[in-house]
Write a protein that binds this ligand. Structure first.
Ligand code: ZN
Length: 81
């Protein structure tokens, strides 16, 4: 990304961060964007097999708290980051 995004309401630079998914392990992992609608499996929870999956970068406005999420790049489903 060339330039940090700005809040459309406050016109200030957003802070870069990420969404933590703590259910994957005790230490947690970065939440991911998965294509399509969630399909539950009895044995493995939400199915991600053969889906396109991307790690989420989340920007937060320090003034109003707005979150702006970007899913750039690719990763394997639920691989540790
Ligand atoms: Zn704002």
């Amino acid at each position: 990304m060339k330039k940090d995004p700005t809040c459309p309401q406050c016109r200030v630079a957003l802070e870069q961060g990420f969404l933590l998914d703590q259910r994957q392990s005790s230490a947690g992992s970065v939440a991911r964007w998965v294509e399509g609608v969630p399909a539950k499996s009895m044995w493995t929870g939400i199915q991600t097999k053969d889906r396109r999956v991307r790690p989420i970068t989340s920007y937060r406005c320090p003034d109003c708290g707005l979150l702006l999420d970007y899913a750039i790049g690719t990763t394997r489903a639920w691989a540790r980051t």
